[in-house]
Design a protein around this ligand. Structure first.
Ligand SMILES: NC(=O)c1ccc[n+]([C@@H]2O[C@H](COP(=O)([O-])OP(=O)(O)OC[C@H]3O[C@@H](n4cnc5c(N)ncnc54)[C@H](OP(=O)(O)O)[C@@H]3O)[C@@H](O)[C@H]2O)c1
Length: 302
């Protein structure tokens, strides 16, 4: 099976590459903007591909002729999306349309990574059948991506996820676990929201679910997240406790006080039974995930 991955320099993308490289049944083409930022460059192919450039996208697809596309690339900074809706829509809607259109030529199985933010957070935890109601430009762009995928006529799969965390080789963006850890290590005060609830997801677990979806040619929507739902501040406290850091630098704040540009859903969390049953999905607890993160950080320092 030939799998083309978009966004391979991102957090999820890197984990999919590490999990799929040298997979006996898969030929992987990792694609991203600019040079490959993954340290290990053996065991898979890499092509530069800006998903907003239809000519480059068509060229890369023509050369590789994928059976399956895992579309993990996106503009993921929710506040930046709110402040720059045209840039967000270009990356998350127009580029997805580009990818769908070339995927039709090769009749690819199309796997789209989406978000819990498609929901308004008034009735979490959410099942795959629940009705979306996006609150932000980012959330709306991802839901429009989902709608295009569903109407594409391709065999499609949408994997929605929640707060991804993990260690990368070299990524532009940090994530909640590394940000809290690094800030507290540097004794920086951080303000953390008390009244939003999420299920943090270990990037390796999500990568495995995406790979299972590809190998099993799964169709439909799947909710894939960690199994524990907690407030964002509890997550920060648990990270601090795990790494033995001083929690007094964590300052509680409400969503109303923080007043971020993009509105966030108050309480999400997923019912993950479908993924458990059909993708053999079995996520690590936050504590188990932090053990994996700590081990990877220690190996990086060697
Ligand atoms: N992170 C989360 O907590 C979260 C939660 C729910 C859903 N998701 C979804 O999960 C997926 C993966 O997220 P992630 O955490 O891996 O995000 P990430 O680390 O921000 O990675 C996204 C990648 O997309 C790439 N990208 C953006 N525009 C591109 C373009 N025009 N051409 C090629 N690549 C482009 C970025 O490239 P550069 O590195 O060059 O900027 C980045 O490497 C996304 O679809 C996101 O919407 C994420």
């Amino acid at each position: 099976m030939k799998i083309l991955l978009t966004g391979s320099n991102g957090l999820l993308g890197q984990k999919i590459v590490y999990a799929l490289r040298q997979h006996p049944d898969v030929k992987l083409l990792a694609t991203a903007r600019g040079p490959n930022r993954i340290k290990t460059q053996q065991g898979y192919e890499y092509s530069e591909m800006d998903i907003e450039n239809p000519v480059q996208v068509a060229d890369v697809f023509d050369r590789f002729k994928p059976d399956c596309v895992i579309h993990a690339a996106a503009m993921t900074n929710v506040d930046a999306c709110e402040l720059n809706p045209a840039t967000c829509n270009k990356a998350n809607i127009e580029a997805t349309a580009n990818l769908i259109s070339v995927s039709k030529i090769y009749n690819c199985h199309f796997i789209f990574i989406s978000t819990d933010f498609v929901f308004d957070g008034t009735a979490g935890p959410y099942s795959e059948e629940d009705a979306p109601n996006p609150l932000s430009v980012y959330a709306d762009s991802k839901l429009k991506g989902e709608q295009m995928v569903r109407q594409s006529g391709l065999d499609w799969c949408i994997i929605r996820t929640i707060i991804i965390y993990g260690v990368t080789d070299d990524a532009q963006r940090s994530n909640m676990v590394l940000w809290v850890k690094n800030s507290l290590e540097q004794k920086k005060t951080i303000t953390i929201i008390t009244d939003q609830f999420r299920s943090p997801t270990l990037a390796e677990d999500l990568a495995d679910a995406c790979i299972q979806a590809a190998l099993r040619k799964a169709k439909g929507i799947y909710h894939v997240s960690g199994s524990e739902t907690m407030s964002i501040i509890d997550m920060a406290y648990r990270i601090a406790d795990f790494f033995g850091l001083d929690k007094s630098f964590i300052k509680p704040i409400t969503s109303a006080e923080l007043n971020q540009p993009a509105k966030r859903p108050p309480k999400t969390g997923f019912n993950i039974q479908k993924a458990t049953a059909e993708l053999s999905y079995s996520p690590h607890s936050l504590n188990e995930g932090l053990i994996i993160v700590a081990k990877q950080l220690a190996e990086k320092r060697l």
